[in-house]
Write a protein that binds this ligand. Structure first.
Ligand SMILES: NC(=O)c1ccc[n+]([C@@H]2O[C@H](COP(=O)([O-])OP(=O)(O)OC[C@H]3O[C@@H](n4cnc5c(N)ncnc54)[C@H](O)[C@@H]3O)[C@@H](O)[C@H]2O)c1
Length: 359
């Protein structure tokens, strides 16, 4: 690494993973943290050995530090535009948690400001780094699966009532979460869906609130049509007791692949006689499987939040965009907003979807 940078994390819920990653990252000189919850700030600061002068309850104050070059924005989703734009305007590069924001017009503003300030904006979608998901992507992109026919992307999780009440209850609101299970949890699956299957042409969706006393949906089902002609389903729920899997099932004209919780569980290619290749693929990418380059540790991919934080630091040092750029965080939010529009109107909604501008 040619030099080291100061890295900051604001919002210390999932931000904890960013801090844990940054303190170990190569190229990171020091980590500064910010949360308006002072007790949490110091608890985390003590846990990770963050110097007292690098702990902030004021985001504005943290951003005034010239020796901080990049910031992870990990505050509630409906604050992402404001916190990202503030950091960009203060001359920082930014890695913003998913969803990049809860409204497309705000995302467009964030992208515009990043360009104006000539700073990098990255979006967290750590599941794209999982070796099994990368293997699925590579298999589709090289044409091995043939023409794509259908893909089923299902997230069946469980969240109790207390979950929706935590930290002021922001996750139960349109204003701060921009929706319910689709915008918050299923957005990971929506991102993988459009990354693997290709751009979405239209959505037809129904949503409902079944077991939680919240204003947003806890369950959604959508039929998706892709630009390449394939059709698929998306299901997201936080009512699936006791919390089950995220599953991805993709069928092409030349084969099928099933993924479950970021591991492969089926890999059947029509030209794989006796399924010898499947056995080897599942040994590497299946449950309990080794990472793909186990024999060559230097070739191991970066994984999870640690991988994205390390990549962001390297991006700043090497003056190149991060691996998942802001613009890529836009696509999933557009699909989610189209799903809400379809559920609201009872009609199929076609992309590009342009929601009414914020009043
Ligand atoms: N990538 C993932 O797997 C993943 C997982 C969980 C959450 N997230 C995303 O991360 C974001 C945060 O979610 P969470 O579950 O950590 O929420 P959280 O409520 O647990 O944490 C948010 C933190 O931000 C702090 N905060 C709020 N306003 C602030 C301000 N103005 N200045 C400083 N601190 C402030 C709160 O005190 C709180 O500690 C959301 O956008 C969520 O979608 C991503």
């Amino acid at each position: 690494m040619t030099r080291e940078i100061g890295y900051a994390v604001s919002g210390l819920g999932v931000g904890r993973s960013h801090v844990a990653s940054a303190v170990k990252a190569k190229g990171c000189k020091f980590v500064a943290i910010c949360d308006r919850n002072e007790e949490l700030l110091h608890k985390l600061g003590d846990e990770f050995g963050i110097a007292p002068e690098n702990r902030y309850t004021s985001y504005e104050e943290l951003l005034r530090r010239p020796d901080i070059e990049a910031v992870s924005v990990c505050t509630p989703s409906g604050m992402h535009r404001d916190h990202t734009v503030m950091a960009l305007r203060a001359g920082k590069h930014v890695l913003t948690e998913k969803p990049l924001e809860i409204r497309l017009d705000r995302i467009d503003e964030m992208l515009r400001v990043a360009e104006e300030e000539k700073k990098f904006l990255g979006c967290v979608f750590q599941n794209r780094l999982a070796p099994a998901n990368r293997k699925m992507k590579e298999t589709i992109d090289c044409g091995r699966l043939g023409k794509l026919i259908t893909g089923n992307f299902h997230l069946k999780w469980y969240r109790d009532e207390a979950y929706y009440g935590k930290n002021g209850g922001w996750r139960a609101t349109w204003a701060m979460n921009g929706g319910g299970v689709v915008m918050n949890q299923t957005i990971h699956t929506v991102d993988l869906m459009q990354w693997l299957m290709g751009p979405v042409k239209s959505v037809f969706a129904k949503t409902g609130t079944y077991t939680h006393p919240i204003e947003v949906e806890d369950t959604a089902v959508a039929v998706i049509t892709f630009e390449n002609g394939a059709i698929g389903t998306l299901i997201g729920t936080t009512c699936a007791y006791p919390g089950l899997e995220v599953s991805i099932q993709i069928h092409g004209a030349k084969g099928s692949m099933y993924g479950k919780n970021n591991k492969l569980e089926l890999f059947k290619m029509a030209d794989d006689e006796g399924f010898a290749e499947e056995a080897s693929v599942l040994e590497q990418f299946g449950a309990g499987g080794s990472a793909p380059a186990a024999a060559d540790p230097s070739a191991l991919p970066k994984v999870g939040h640690a991988g994205q934080v390390q990549d962001m630091i390297e991006a700043v040092i090497e003056n190149r965009p991060p691996m998942i750029q802001g613009i890529e965080g836009r696509a999933s939010v557009e699909i989610v907003q189209a799903i809400y529009e379809s559920a609201r109107t009872g009609k199929e909604v076609f992309l590009p979807f342009v929601p009414p501008a914020e009043g």
